[in-house]
Design a protein. Structure first.
Length: 336
């Protein structure tokens, strides 16, 4: 009898200890909320690999954030002299493109409505917002699979957020398409919590070296040879109706018209000059993070610059997400 009683106590003890060693999703969320959201600010460095195009693109991402509203995010293409910086300060939201010497100003609440996987506050909100999120774990990480809340929700509906058990900080985010194939991978190299910078650090200024190199407005710059870009996505019932090339003494433009189940027009032209805009140019709409570039989006159009080309897409029948899906798929090609 004693042996049976002792064996029963041992089993109960093992079950109790096992239960104590397993944390629930709610327990982990509570810890994350206090660590990520309540911090007065943070700085981080990350790498981003985007595989949505014909070839993967690699980017370096640097983020500063000071509560409540100051952000500075610099995205640089690895191995290329191409970068963009998005700044949010008390005056608004700015997108700075040193390669073109341009600064655009938005009246926008970015990043509140558009989650960004390289902002840890956005990741915390993604996990909290998805009541059906699933948490698994391995030896070193908690892994949350959640719905995305960015502008590519239909094309990239799911993300897997890996969080270190030791530090309770994200180590990587894998963003997946509807086939559960990885399309974007963000790897965090360094995250420092509790940082705070002065408001002057969030000025929307062009880098000093760019201003010095381009004091003469209209200075020539060597840009890629202009190639016509086409959407690489395949939408059933959508066909290109017309391709028109318009040339004059100063500019060449290509106009692509699509019709069927989706109606839209894409206008593209080469960027031929580089000058420093001392005054930010007002951009209607909101910043549109395409991964490789930050454009400007309204309910009926999206504009952006990529590979030395200026793009403008207009549609009266497409959603913002659909326009961003087309923009993200534009590829230089001889194929239509």
């Amino acid at each position: 009898m004693r042996n049976r009683l002792f064996a029963g106590l041992v089993i109960l003890l093992v079950v109790f200890l096992s239960a104590c060693g397993t944390e629930s999703k709610e327990d982990v969320l509570k810890k994350l909320s206090s660590k990520w959201v309540e911090t007065k600010g943070y700085e981080l460095d990350a790498k981003m690999e985007i595989s949505t195009g014909s070839e993967p693109r690699l980017y370096e991402v640097s983020v500063w954030h000071t509560k409540p509203e100051f952000y500075r995010v610099k995205v640089s293409q690895t191995g290329e002299d191409v970068s963009q910086t998005i700044v949010r300060n008390k005056e608004g939201v700015f997108v700075i493109t040193p390669t073109l010497g341009k600064t655009y100003k938005f009246q926008s609440d970015w990043p509140e409505k558009n989650s960004q996987a390289y902002l840890i506050g956005s990741l915390a909100k993604d996990i909290k917002a998805d009541k059906e999120s699933v948490m698994t774990e391995n030896k070193n990480s908690y892994i949350f699979e959640t719905k995305t809340r960015n502008s590519h929700q239909k094309m990239l509906p799911t993300q897997q957020i890996y969080i270190s058990k030791k530090t309770l900080l994200p180590t990587k985010v894998s963003i997946l398409n509807d086939q559960k194939e990885q399309q974007i991978l963000i790897t965090f190299d360094k995250i420092t919590l509790g940082t705070s910078r002065n408001a002057t650090d969030y000025k929307a200024d062009m880098p000093a070296e760019e201003t010095t190199e381009n004091e003469t407005a209209g200075a020539e710059v060597e840009l890629p040879v202009f190639q016509t870009h086409y959407p690489s996505l395949q939408w059933e019932g959508v066909d290109m109706l017309e391709e028109k090339v318009i040339k004059d003494d100063t500019q060449e433009r290509v106009i692509l018209t699509y019709g069927g189940n989706k109606d839209f027009t894409i206008i593209q032209s080469p960027i031929t000059k580089k000058s420093v805009d001392l005054v930010p140019v007002f951009a209607p709409g909101d910043p549109a993070d395409l991964g490789f570039a930050i454009g400007a989006i309204t309910d009926q159009s999206i504009s952006w610059e990529q590979d030395g080309v200026q793009f403008f897409l207009a549609s009266n029948s497409m959603s913002r997400e659909e326009m961003m899906t087309v923009a993200s798929s534009m590829t230089a090609s001889d194929l239509k």
